[in-house]
Structure formats: structure tokens, C-alpha cells
Design a protein around this ligand. Structure first.
Ligand code: GTQ
Length: 348
């Protein structure tokens, strides 16, 4: 309230509010200052999950439930400011999924889009609409909305990846649909690499119609290729003071972000770099692919090493001190904010 009213006015207002309340009405002036605020005040908190500490839980889950029974055997990274919401930011979900040798995670599809960033192990696959792609650490893999997908591990080691989904965005719009495939595994109808040949070689079929709408038809972006690009960039020119060499994963048919709701990025910071502070409105989830260092997020400070995950809330200034050469994967809701004209960045 703008000022302290006289007692009789105050009680008349309270009585008015009680009558309003019974008719599902509420006075804006009591809440306006919480609704329209000068800058973001996220409930999302800065947080870091040390892989060294959480890996034992992931492996324990592998002894307590099978991938088949769990459907998806995942430990959710819950933001400490958003506990109980299965959310790492207000708009995004994050989990670490485990698939053991010989296991299958059954086929289903849903309107949520998913990304995978491989954290540990090789030899598992994810299948999307009849094509399998083999996972290696650092690979970025997309499951477009409403595509059949299952995961399997014909290899010999446990495989763990980060799942990023737009669960909270789809829920905001009450636009959730999901279906289970009639069989555990969908049939393989195309050989591995056929999407990469069709769309991921700087070539496109003459009559290319986007098979997954606004989502990239290249559903696997192998680490070997993104890493090589970063290494070459780092030999040519200076790093951006805030981001080092930072690239976004693109949809080659449009040049836009690889997914309509989620932006995914990979960046290299040279050994010894102390990045300049930078903030943006897209709360961002990171997975450390290589290197050790320290990240400052507003007033919080965390040491990181490979396979750690951390989250930077909206409008929190972030800077990194790279003790070694670092490669960071990240994802956020930036394309959604850009589409709505909301995204902002402030450097320095
Ligand atoms: O792999 O389809 O972490 O549907 C959460 C929901 C993974 C998946 C998650 C999912 C999936």
C-alpha cells in the first residue's frame, strides 16, 4: 500500500476485500509492486552439483530400479530455491539419466522437447524416429517434441547424460501430451548417420522440408566436431571478454537455435582467463566438459571440475576464472525469450 490509511479506512478496505474475495476478485493495488518489478527477482538460486558427490547416488539408483521399471532412471537436479517443482530454473528441467549395459529405456513421445549432453561413458544410443545415434562424452543430442524416442545401452559401461527439457514452459501453457509406443523399442528404419548426411554436412536435400518443424533435423552434434571448431577458433583471434569463444548449436535449415524453446551453447575459455561479468535474462544450466576453475554467480562462488553441473539464475552477474583450459556446455530458454521479445543482456 502506498500510505498508511486511517483506521476506519483500513477496516472498510479489509471488509471490501473480504466481499471481493468471495467473488474471486482481488485488488491490484495490494499486489502491484510484486507483479510489476523494476528488474528480475528470481526465486531460482545459484547452485552447483559436484559430480564426484552425486555419482554414488546415480550408481545406487542403478542397483535399486531398472531403466525398464523406471521408464527413465533419472535424478532430477532441483534448484534449491524451487524444491518440489522438478525444476532447475523456472522454465527448465534438468536431470542426470543413467543407463546400464544391456538396459533399454522404453519408447515414448511427448510435446516437451529434450536435449542430452553426455557426461560419462560411451556406447549407449538414443533412437529418434527410427534412427539411432551412439553417445560419446560431450555429444549434444536432441529429441524433438513429439518424436518417438527410446534409449539403450548395448555397450559395456554405464552411461550418464544430462537431460534438459522444457517441461515448465510446456506446463505454463497447459500443452502437455504424451504417448507410449506399443513396443519397448521402435524399429530402426534408417542407418546411423543418415540425418547427419542429409542435414549435418553443410548440405541439404533440394526439397528439404523440415522433418521436425522448428527443431533441427540434425539430432546429434558430436563433441569431436564442436571441440575441433573451438580449438581452431582459439588459435585465431581474441576471446570475447565475457564468454571466451562461445558458439550456439544451430538448426542448419533456418540458421536459428537448434530447438525452438531451448538454446544450447558450447564455449571455450583459455587457461588463466578471468572473464568479465555478464548477466542475461535467461537462467542458464551448465555442464563442465573440460577443465577446472571458479565461477562467480552474483555473490556466490563455486569451484568446478569436469562433469559438474551448475545453474546461473536470470540477471545474476556471472564470471569465470579458468584455472585450466575450460569447455562449458550450457542451455537456457533464450530462443523462447527472443521469440517473445524479452531477452536482455548486460555486459560488465
Ligand atoms: O528421456 O524421454 O529426464 O521423458 C525426463 C522426462 C528424460 C526422456 C527425462 C523424459 C525423459
Amino acid at each position: 500500500m502506498a500510505s498508511v490509511p486511517k483506521p476506519e479506512t483500513a477496516s472498510a478496505r479489509q471488509e471490501f476485500y473480504r466481499r471481493l474475495d468471495r467473488d474471486n476478485l482481488a485488488p491490484l493495488w495490494e499486489v502491484l509492486h510484486d507483479l510489476v518489478i523494476p528488474q528480475p527477482k528470481p526465486a531460482t538460486l545459484p547452485a552447483l552439483w559436484k559430480y564426484r558427490d552425486i555419482r554414488p547416488y546415480i550408481m545406487e539408483s542403478g542397483r535399486l530400479i531398472s531403466a525398464r521399471e523406471a521408464v527413465r532412471r533419472v535424478l532430477i537436479l532441483e534448484n534449491p530455491g524451487l524444491r518440489g517443482q522438478s525444476a532447475i530454473t523456472r522454465s527448465l528441467y534438468c536431470g542426470l539419466q543413467l543407463i546400464l549395459p544391456g538396459e533399454v529405456a522404453p519408447s515414448h513421445r511427448h510435446t516437451q522437447s529434450a536435449l542430452r549432453f553426455i557426461v560419462e561413458g560411451s556406447g549407449a544410443y538414443t533412437a529418434v524416429e527410427g534412427e539411432r545415434t551412439t553417445m560419446h562424452p560431450g555429444d549434444f543430442i536432441i529429441t524433438p517434441a513429439w518424436t518417438w524416442h527410446d534409449h539403450g545401452n548395448p555397450g559395456s559401461e554405464p552411461v550418464v547424460w544430462m537431460d534438459g527439457l522444457d517441461i515448465q514452459i510446456v506446463a505454463l501453457f497447459d500443452a502437455q501430451f504424451a504417448e507410449t509406443y506399443p513396443e519397448e523399442m521402435q524399429p530402426v528404419t534408417r542407418s546411423e548417420g543418415s540425418s547427419a548426411a542429409r542435414y549435418g554436412s553443410n548440405l541439404a536435400p533440394l526439397d528439404a522440408i523440415a522433418p521436425f518443424g522448428r527443431t533441427s533435423p540434425v539430432f546429434s552434434y558430436p563433441y569431436a566436431r564442436s571441440r575441433e571448431a573451438l580449438a581452431t577458433l582459439a588459435k585465431n583471434g581474441d576471446p570475447d571478454p565475457c564468454h571466451g569463444w562461445k558458439m550456439r548449436f544451430i538448426n542448419p535449415l533456418s540458421g536459428g537455435h537448434a530447438m525452438p524453446t531451448i538454446g544450447a551453447f558450447i564455449q571455450l575459455l583459455p587457461a588463466g582467463m578471468k572473464s568479465a561479468r555478464c548477466r542475461s535474462t535467461d537462467s542458464t544450466v551448465y555442464s563442465v566438459a573440460e577443465g577446472t576453475g571458479k565461477v562467480k554467480i552474483a555473490h556466490a562462488e563455486f569451484e568446478f571440475e569436469p562433469r559438474d553441473s551448475f545453474v546461473v539464475p536470470s540477471w545474476h552477474a556471472m564470471s569465470v576464472e579458468a584455472a585450466e583450459e575450460c569447455v562449458l556446455f550450457s542451455y537456457s530458454d533464450r530462443p523462447a525469450q527472443l521469440a517473445l521479445g524479452l531477452w536482455r543482456e548486460l555486459r560488465g
